[in-house]
Design a protein around this ligand. Structure first.
Ligand code: SAM
Length: 276
């Protein structure tokens, strides 16, 4: 079915971007107006709305507004991810951080992949830890969280296609996935290593669910937040991390001008931040 794009007026855009910001921390600037139009027009048509004015009213006042907010957020997030993305930090975790924890006599380690999108990041971490035999040496708990319940459902299903494996060595796929036609299913022994859930990193409740963590991977999401949203997330991570505690951001992200509570560590193939 061909869907006509519904045009957003400037006033509707301002109202909608404020709603999105308040509920997710994601900041849509004027030049991303087309993205909202493209992604939400089909939803408007499903609800038989012909204008964003009606949709905004529905989001604000209808009894189903809470459910609709989740549906809308699922439609507007950018979920790009793939296996072994920005691998340097994962290798540093496997080769240095966890061995150091073991040497220090630590019995368990908690890792948080947030946001995890469709699961490629936490599964990559679990696979590398498994290959290094570290599950036999220390208790490892990986939690993975995303605001988008659709991507969390995909992650839990563990079914992937070739786009998730760009640049990934073929034995990584053959060892850890079961192929059925065009689909690759993650093996159960790896799937069972991750606890997936939904959560919003700009909301205070997410850290209560997480509890204390030793290592946090928060990669490629802060770019969508404004300064205030980034600060909220980073402060929450600081409180959540044990000491020593490690924060990994995406390659294009930095704590510069954002927080003095971490020391940057350059380990050659990447950087990470250590809790002060
Ligand atoms: C580009 S993906 C990054 C996935 C993975 N960390 C990586 O680097 O490949 C960004 C993810 O952030 C999620 N996201 C956006 N705002 C969020 C929020 N406030 N709380 C939790 N997740 C959020 C989106 O749903 C999306 O799946």
């Amino acid at each position: 079915m061909l869907i006509n794009t519904v045009k957003l007026t400037d006033a509707e855009f301002v109202e909608l971007k404020d709603i999105i910001y308040k509920n997710s921390g994601i900041l849509f600037t004027e030049n991303k107006k087309y993205l909202i139009e493209n992604r939400l027009s089909k939803r408007l048509s499903e609800l038989n709305f012909t204008s964003f004015k009606d949709y905004i009213y529905y989001l604000k006042y209808d009894v189903r507004k809470r459910m609709e907010m989740d549906t809308m957020i699922n439609l507007i997030t950018i979920n790009e991810t793939y296996f072994l993305r920005e691998r340097g930090q994962m290798d540093y975790l496997v080769n240095t951080i966890i061995p150091d924890f073991i040497k220090a006599g630590k019995r368990s380690v908690k890792i948080w992949s947030v946001p995890c999108s469709t699961g490629e990041e936490p599964y990559s971490i679990a696979i590398l830890l498994m290959n290094a035999g570290l599950y036999n040496k220390i208790n490892i708990d990986i939690m993975a969280t995303d605001i988008n319940s659709d991507v969390v459902a995909i992650a839990k299903r563990g079914e992937y296609h070739s786009a998730s494996f760009r640049g990934v060595p073929s034995d990584f796929i053959s060892k850890n996935f079961r192929q059925e036609g065009q689909s690759y299913f993650i093996k159960d022994e790896i799937k069972n290593k991750i606890r997936f859930n939904t959560g919003n990193i700009t909301s205070p409740t997410v850290s209560m669910i997480a509890g204390r963590m030793d290592v946090i991977f928060c990669r490629n999401v802060l770019i969508y937040f404004d300064m205030d949203g980034k600060k909220k997330a980073v402060d929450m991570f600081h409180k959540t991390l044990n000491d020593p505690g490690y924060l990994c951001l995406g390659h294009s992200e930095t704590l510069n001008k954002l927080s003095d509570d971490f020391t940057m560590k350059n380990f050659g193939t990447g950087i990470l931040y250590m809790k002060k």
